[in-house]
Design a protein around this ligand. Structure first.
Ligand code: PMP
Length: 290
Protein backbone atom coordinates (compact mmCIF):
# COMPACT_ATOMS: atom_id res chain seq x y z
CA UNK A 1 0.00 0.00 0.00
CA UNK A 2 1.22 3.49 -0.89
CA UNK A 3 0.75 6.28 1.62
CA UNK A 4 0.95 10.00 0.92
CA UNK A 5 3.34 11.37 3.52
CA UNK A 6 4.49 15.00 3.62
CA UNK A 7 4.36 15.55 -0.12
CA UNK A 8 5.45 12.10 -1.36
CA UNK A 9 3.88 8.74 -2.02
CA UNK A 10 5.84 6.21 0.01
CA UNK A 11 5.58 2.51 0.71
CA UNK A 12 3.50 1.58 3.77
CA UNK A 13 6.57 0.32 5.64
CA UNK A 14 8.27 3.70 5.21
CA UNK A 15 5.23 5.73 6.28
CA UNK A 16 6.38 6.48 9.83
CA UNK A 17 5.56 9.22 12.33
CA UNK A 18 7.94 10.54 14.97
CA UNK A 19 7.13 9.76 18.61
CA UNK A 20 7.58 13.52 19.11
CA UNK A 21 4.71 14.37 16.76
CA UNK A 22 2.12 16.28 18.78
CA UNK A 23 -0.63 14.48 16.91
CA UNK A 24 0.47 11.44 18.90
CA UNK A 25 1.63 13.10 22.13
CA UNK A 26 -1.43 15.34 22.54
CA UNK A 27 -4.00 14.42 19.90
CA UNK A 28 -3.18 17.80 18.42
CA UNK A 29 -4.39 17.73 14.83
CA UNK A 30 -7.39 17.35 12.56
CA UNK A 31 -8.64 14.72 10.13
CA UNK A 32 -11.23 13.72 7.55
CA UNK A 33 -12.75 10.40 6.54
CA UNK A 34 -13.65 10.42 2.85
CA UNK A 35 -15.22 7.80 0.61
CA UNK A 36 -14.73 6.84 -3.02
CA UNK A 37 -17.42 4.96 -4.93
CA UNK A 38 -17.30 3.60 -8.43
CA UNK A 39 -14.13 5.50 -9.35
CA UNK A 40 -15.23 8.87 -7.93
CA UNK A 41 -14.56 10.64 -4.66
CA UNK A 42 -17.80 11.64 -2.98
CA UNK A 43 -18.06 15.30 -1.85
CA UNK A 44 -14.28 15.77 -1.89
CA UNK A 45 -14.46 19.57 -1.83
CA UNK A 46 -16.85 19.54 1.14
CA UNK A 47 -14.46 17.28 3.11
CA UNK A 48 -11.44 19.46 2.30
CA UNK A 49 -13.40 22.58 3.28
CA UNK A 50 -14.35 20.99 6.61
CA UNK A 51 -10.71 20.03 7.21
CA UNK A 52 -9.69 23.67 6.74
CA UNK A 53 -12.49 24.86 9.07
CA UNK A 54 -11.32 22.39 11.75
CA UNK A 55 -7.71 23.53 11.26
CA UNK A 56 -8.68 27.18 11.50
CA UNK A 57 -10.48 26.56 14.78
CA UNK A 58 -7.33 25.06 16.33
CA UNK A 59 -4.97 27.64 14.71
CA UNK A 60 -3.25 25.02 12.60
CA UNK A 61 -1.85 26.22 9.28
CA UNK A 62 -2.16 23.38 6.79
CA UNK A 63 1.02 23.55 4.67
CA UNK A 64 -0.85 22.68 1.45
CA UNK A 65 -3.60 24.45 -0.48
CA UNK A 66 -7.09 22.88 -0.72
CA UNK A 67 -6.47 22.24 -4.45
CA UNK A 68 -3.16 20.51 -3.72
CA UNK A 69 -4.76 18.36 -0.99
CA UNK A 70 -7.51 17.30 -3.38
CA UNK A 71 -4.91 16.34 -5.98
CA UNK A 72 -2.92 14.43 -3.37
CA UNK A 73 -6.08 12.52 -2.33
CA UNK A 74 -6.76 11.49 -5.93
CA UNK A 75 -3.09 10.58 -6.48
CA UNK A 76 -3.13 8.34 -3.37
CA UNK A 77 -6.20 6.50 -4.67
CA UNK A 78 -4.57 6.08 -8.09
CA UNK A 79 -1.29 4.83 -6.57
CA UNK A 80 -3.28 2.06 -4.86
CA UNK A 81 -5.45 1.39 -7.95
CA UNK A 82 -8.63 1.91 -5.95
CA UNK A 83 -12.13 2.68 -7.21
CA UNK A 84 -14.10 2.00 -4.02
CA UNK A 85 -12.27 3.08 -0.91
CA UNK A 86 -12.13 4.87 2.40
CA UNK A 87 -9.61 7.70 2.63
CA UNK A 88 -8.19 9.01 5.89
CA UNK A 89 -6.60 12.44 5.58
CA UNK A 90 -4.70 13.60 8.67
CA UNK A 91 -2.90 16.84 9.51
CA UNK A 92 -1.06 16.93 12.83
CA UNK A 93 0.64 19.84 14.58
CA UNK A 94 3.93 18.12 13.67
CA UNK A 95 7.12 17.21 15.48
CA UNK A 96 7.91 19.25 18.58
CA UNK A 97 9.41 18.80 22.01
CA UNK A 98 7.85 17.02 24.98
CA UNK A 99 5.96 20.08 26.24
CA UNK A 100 2.46 20.67 24.96
CA UNK A 101 3.18 24.14 23.62
CA UNK A 102 2.61 23.92 19.85
CA UNK A 103 5.18 26.69 19.36
CA UNK A 104 7.87 23.99 19.30
CA UNK A 105 6.21 22.33 16.29
CA UNK A 106 7.78 23.77 13.15
CA UNK A 107 5.84 22.02 10.41
CA UNK A 108 2.51 20.17 10.39
CA UNK A 109 2.62 16.53 9.28
CA UNK A 110 0.22 15.62 6.44
CA UNK A 111 -0.60 12.04 5.52
CA UNK A 112 -3.27 10.30 3.47
CA UNK A 113 -4.20 6.61 3.70
CA UNK A 114 -6.46 5.08 1.06
CA UNK A 115 -7.83 1.67 2.01
CA UNK A 116 -11.02 -0.23 2.65
CA UNK A 117 -13.52 0.06 5.46
CA UNK A 118 -16.42 -2.08 6.68
CA UNK A 119 -17.56 -0.64 9.97
CA UNK A 120 -20.65 -2.79 10.48
CA UNK A 121 -21.62 -6.24 9.20
CA UNK A 122 -23.88 -6.12 6.10
CA UNK A 123 -26.70 -8.03 7.87
CA UNK A 124 -27.08 -5.14 10.29
CA UNK A 125 -28.17 -2.82 7.47
CA UNK A 126 -30.99 -5.22 6.59
CA UNK A 127 -32.00 -5.91 10.20
CA UNK A 128 -31.41 -2.49 11.79
CA UNK A 129 -29.35 -1.57 14.83
CA UNK A 130 -29.98 -1.62 18.57
CA UNK A 131 -28.41 1.41 20.29
CA UNK A 132 -28.34 2.96 23.77
CA UNK A 133 -27.83 6.39 25.28
CA UNK A 134 -24.65 6.52 27.38
CA UNK A 135 -23.45 8.52 30.41
CA UNK A 136 -20.54 10.25 28.65
CA UNK A 137 -21.84 13.67 27.62
CA UNK A 138 -20.84 15.26 24.28
CA UNK A 139 -18.05 17.85 24.55
CA UNK A 140 -19.25 21.36 25.36
CA UNK A 141 -18.96 24.06 22.69
CA UNK A 142 -17.16 26.15 25.24
CA UNK A 143 -14.57 23.40 25.80
CA UNK A 144 -13.60 21.59 22.59
CA UNK A 145 -16.27 22.42 20.02
CA UNK A 146 -17.70 19.16 18.61
CA UNK A 147 -17.66 20.79 15.16
CA UNK A 148 -13.88 20.38 15.15
CA UNK A 149 -12.94 17.02 13.68
CA UNK A 150 -9.84 16.76 15.82
CA UNK A 151 -7.51 13.87 16.56
CA UNK A 152 -8.82 14.04 20.12
CA UNK A 153 -11.65 11.51 19.88
CA UNK A 154 -11.64 10.33 23.50
CA UNK A 155 -15.08 11.83 24.13
CA UNK A 156 -16.49 9.60 21.39
CA UNK A 157 -14.29 6.61 22.24
CA UNK A 158 -15.52 6.57 25.86
CA UNK A 159 -19.10 6.59 24.61
CA UNK A 160 -18.26 3.74 22.20
CA UNK A 161 -16.81 1.68 25.07
CA UNK A 162 -20.01 2.28 27.03
CA UNK A 163 -21.99 1.01 24.01
CA UNK A 164 -19.71 -2.06 23.83
CA UNK A 165 -20.25 -2.68 27.55
CA UNK A 166 -24.00 -2.52 27.00
CA UNK A 167 -23.65 -5.15 24.24
CA UNK A 168 -24.65 -2.85 21.36
CA UNK A 169 -22.76 -1.34 18.43
CA UNK A 170 -23.39 2.36 18.81
CA UNK A 171 -24.12 4.99 21.46
CA UNK A 172 -26.39 8.03 21.42
CA UNK A 173 -24.54 10.92 23.04
CA UNK A 174 -26.57 13.60 24.80
CA UNK A 175 -25.27 17.10 25.39
CA UNK A 176 -24.91 18.75 28.82
CA UNK A 177 -28.56 19.92 28.59
CA UNK A 178 -29.78 16.36 28.02
CA UNK A 179 -30.67 16.84 24.35
CA UNK A 180 -29.55 14.36 21.70
CA UNK A 181 -26.30 15.44 20.02
CA UNK A 182 -25.21 12.55 17.77
CA UNK A 183 -23.64 9.10 17.91
CA UNK A 184 -19.92 8.37 18.33
CA UNK A 185 -19.11 8.60 14.62
CA UNK A 186 -22.49 9.23 13.03
CA UNK A 187 -25.25 11.83 12.96
CA UNK A 188 -28.73 10.76 14.03
CA UNK A 189 -32.08 11.27 12.30
CA UNK A 190 -35.67 10.46 13.21
CA UNK A 191 -38.80 10.40 11.10
CA UNK A 192 -41.95 11.74 12.74
CA UNK A 193 -45.29 12.03 10.96
CA UNK A 194 -43.61 12.26 7.56
CA UNK A 195 -41.03 14.90 8.59
CA UNK A 196 -37.30 14.30 8.93
CA UNK A 197 -35.71 15.58 12.14
CA UNK A 198 -32.06 15.81 13.17
CA UNK A 199 -30.40 17.66 16.07
CA UNK A 200 -29.11 21.16 15.26
CA UNK A 201 -25.33 21.65 15.08
CA UNK A 202 -25.67 23.78 18.21
CA UNK A 203 -26.74 20.63 20.12
CA UNK A 204 -23.23 19.22 19.60
CA UNK A 205 -23.55 17.45 16.26
CA UNK A 206 -20.74 17.34 13.72
CA UNK A 207 -21.57 19.14 10.47
CA UNK A 208 -21.79 15.74 8.84
CA UNK A 209 -21.41 15.56 5.09
CA UNK A 210 -23.69 12.53 4.88
CA UNK A 211 -26.11 14.44 7.15
CA UNK A 212 -26.20 17.33 4.67
CA UNK A 213 -26.59 14.97 1.73
CA UNK A 214 -29.52 13.14 3.34
CA UNK A 215 -31.22 16.44 4.23
CA UNK A 216 -30.96 17.50 0.57
CA UNK A 217 -32.25 14.15 -0.69
CA UNK A 218 -35.22 14.33 1.71
CA UNK A 219 -36.05 17.89 0.61
CA UNK A 220 -35.97 16.70 -3.02
CA UNK A 221 -38.48 14.01 -2.05
CA UNK A 222 -40.70 16.83 -0.71
CA UNK A 223 -40.14 15.91 2.91
CA UNK A 224 -40.11 18.60 5.56
CA UNK A 225 -36.63 18.69 7.15
CA UNK A 226 -36.32 20.16 10.65
CA UNK A 227 -33.49 20.68 13.15
CA UNK A 228 -35.16 20.99 16.55
CA UNK A 229 -33.72 19.98 19.90
CA UNK A 230 -34.48 16.27 20.29
CA UNK A 231 -35.03 14.44 23.60
CA UNK A 232 -34.83 10.71 24.42
CA UNK A 233 -38.65 10.76 24.56
CA UNK A 234 -38.67 11.98 20.94
CA UNK A 235 -36.35 9.11 19.97
CA UNK A 236 -38.51 6.47 21.67
CA UNK A 237 -41.66 7.72 19.95
CA UNK A 238 -40.17 8.20 16.48
CA UNK A 239 -41.70 6.37 13.51
CA UNK A 240 -38.20 5.63 12.19
CA UNK A 241 -34.63 6.32 13.19
CA UNK A 242 -31.35 6.04 11.29
CA UNK A 243 -27.70 7.08 11.54
CA UNK A 244 -25.56 8.70 8.84
CA UNK A 245 -21.80 8.85 8.33
CA UNK A 246 -19.14 8.48 5.68
CA UNK A 247 -18.12 5.09 7.08
CA UNK A 248 -21.53 3.80 8.19
CA UNK A 249 -23.49 5.40 5.30
CA UNK A 250 -27.18 5.06 6.30
CA UNK A 251 -27.83 2.63 9.16
CA UNK A 252 -31.41 1.93 10.29
CA UNK A 253 -32.00 1.89 14.05
CA UNK A 254 -34.74 -0.37 15.42
CA UNK A 255 -34.27 -0.20 19.19
CA UNK A 256 -33.10 2.54 21.57
CA UNK A 257 -32.65 1.94 25.32
CA UNK A 258 -34.87 -1.16 25.07
CA UNK A 259 -37.73 0.69 23.29
CA UNK A 260 -38.66 -0.67 19.87
CA UNK A 261 -38.70 2.10 17.27
CA UNK A 262 -41.68 2.15 14.90
CA UNK A 263 -42.36 -1.32 13.53
CA UNK A 264 -39.02 -2.68 14.78
CA UNK A 265 -37.59 -2.94 11.28
CA UNK A 266 -36.02 -0.50 8.79
CA UNK A 267 -38.79 1.92 7.77
CA UNK A 268 -40.02 3.03 4.35
CA UNK A 269 -38.48 6.52 4.55
CA UNK A 270 -35.10 5.08 5.61
CA UNK A 271 -35.21 2.64 2.70
CA UNK A 272 -36.21 5.33 0.22
CA UNK A 273 -33.43 7.68 1.34
CA UNK A 274 -30.90 4.83 1.28
CA UNK A 275 -31.81 4.07 -2.34
CA UNK A 276 -31.45 7.76 -3.32
CA UNK A 277 -28.13 7.92 -1.45
CA UNK A 278 -26.76 4.82 -3.22
CA UNK A 279 -27.77 6.27 -6.55
CA UNK A 280 -26.08 9.60 -5.79
CA UNK A 281 -22.77 8.20 -4.49
CA UNK A 282 -22.39 5.90 -7.49
CA UNK A 283 -23.02 8.68 -10.00
CA UNK A 284 -21.39 11.81 -8.63
CA UNK A 285 -18.08 13.06 -7.29
CA UNK A 286 -14.56 13.81 -8.43
CA UNK A 287 -13.28 11.26 -11.00
CA UNK A 288 -10.12 9.46 -9.81
CA UNK A 289 -9.09 8.29 -13.29
CA UNK A 290 -9.55 11.00 -15.93
N1 PMP B 1 -20.25 12.66 13.98
C1 PMP B 1 -18.99 12.33 14.28
C2 PMP B 1 -18.51 12.54 15.67
C3 PMP B 1 -18.15 11.79 13.29
O1 PMP B 1 -16.90 11.46 13.59
C4 PMP B 1 -18.66 11.57 12.00
C5 PMP B 1 -17.81 10.91 10.95
N2 PMP B 1 -16.92 11.78 10.37
C6 PMP B 1 -19.97 11.95 11.72
C7 PMP B 1 -20.75 12.49 12.73
C8 PMP B 1 -20.55 11.81 10.34
O2 PMP B 1 -20.01 12.78 9.49
P1 PMP B 1 -19.80 12.52 7.93
O3 PMP B 1 -21.13 12.22 7.36
O4 PMP B 1 -19.22 13.79 7.41
O5 PMP B 1 -18.88 11.36 7.82
Amino acid sequence: MKIFMDGKLVDERNAKISVFDHGLLYGDGVFEGIRAYNGRVFKLKEHIDRLFYSAKAILLDIPMSPAHLMKATLATLRANRLRDAYVRLVVTRGVGNLGLNPRSCRKPTVFIIAGKIQIYPPELYARGMDIVTVPTVRNLHSAVNPAIKSLNYLNNILAKIEANNAGVEEAVMLNADGYVAECTADNLFIVRKGSLLTPPLSAGALHGITRGTVMELAAKQDMEVLEPNITRYDLFNADECFLTGTGAEIMPVIKIDGRIIGQGKPGAVTRRLTEAFRNLVNNSGEPIYK
